[in-house]
Design a protein around this ligand. Sequence first.
Ligand code: ZN
Length: 388
Amino acid sequence: MNRRLILNLLRREGPRSRADIATVIGLSPAAVTFVVADLLEEGIVTEGKAVPGPAGRRPIPVEINYEHSLAVGFKLMVDSVECVATDLATNPVAAMRVGLEGHDPDYVADLLAGTVPELVKLAGRPKAKLAGIGISMPGVINHEQTACVRSHRFKWDNVPLASLVASRVHVPVWLEDDTNAYAIAQQLFGLGRQHRNMAVLAVGVGISCALVIDGKLYRGANGAAGKFGHTLFEENGRLCECGKRGCLMAYHSELSMLRRWRETTGRDELGLPELREALSSGDATATTLVAESGRGIGTALANLVNITDPEVVVAGGEAVSLGDPFLNPLREALSARTFRAAPPLLPDWEDNSWARGAAALVTQKIFDFESSGGVTDIARLGVRGSAA
Ligand SMILES: [Zn+2]
């Protein structure tokens, strides 16, 4: 417990002296020194340079050694895998993409296992050990984070992918729904670091919305929470990948936006880069279509916000790269339908974000950040206002 409190403080606020740690967490200096000595020996923390303190003291700051180990993250997509090796703060040090030619579980496990040595070599950190592998994919994942219970896109039922990979690579492996993994990365090192309650909207091939409630990712009774894209948009409407009709994502996911754009223009070759270009050149068809999707998602999101009351909504996924023509109508629709003032919608998307999310699964487990996040660990102990 003390170990987790100390690591979380250092993660959120950066280097701190032992004396500071003791004050903020409310532990005795001796207890802090004892735990820090253990962490130093394991190499998970290091000592920085002494800085001048009050009364001529020069306390030595302690910080997390994020280069201690490597984490590998895989984001499974239908026809390819985004792969990264990161440090323990999910900063990528190597990245690649490999094609996926089928969805047979053993084939997928072989492919992932075979990619690991390549990634580690590419990372170029011979002294860092491989701490583990995180895999993210669209689907329902069991609570143990070992098996995919159901994935429509992969047509999988109860596939123990984490075990299949672990038996080949011999390091710990965790599996998680892709939006949940992205939310964990946001919670640990991204925009969610200072928030106990947030929604993490992802608009890519599908649409989902992970929920962090009181500092914990909410997974639901069956690991199926946050399947926001399958809420109803239009009764008896377009067919969704889940087999039902009229789901939100059948209209407004990035993939569905592109599909509707191709239908309207009759040009099958159009993709996301072309859509971005059309928007920036003021193309009326593209602008109308993207705004319609923004509004559709914003209105649905307002329902979710009215139920869960998040402090912020972090938005990720490929569609976020469409920028204001997508996000402004989304924000307006959200505002128009929320009971209270709408929470800020903060876009945060860059290359490798999905795979970095997968790598965050490793960090979360190593540092035992399971039930942490936000500043309230400290606030609960009666110390406020110290967060950056
Ligand atoms: Zn659906």
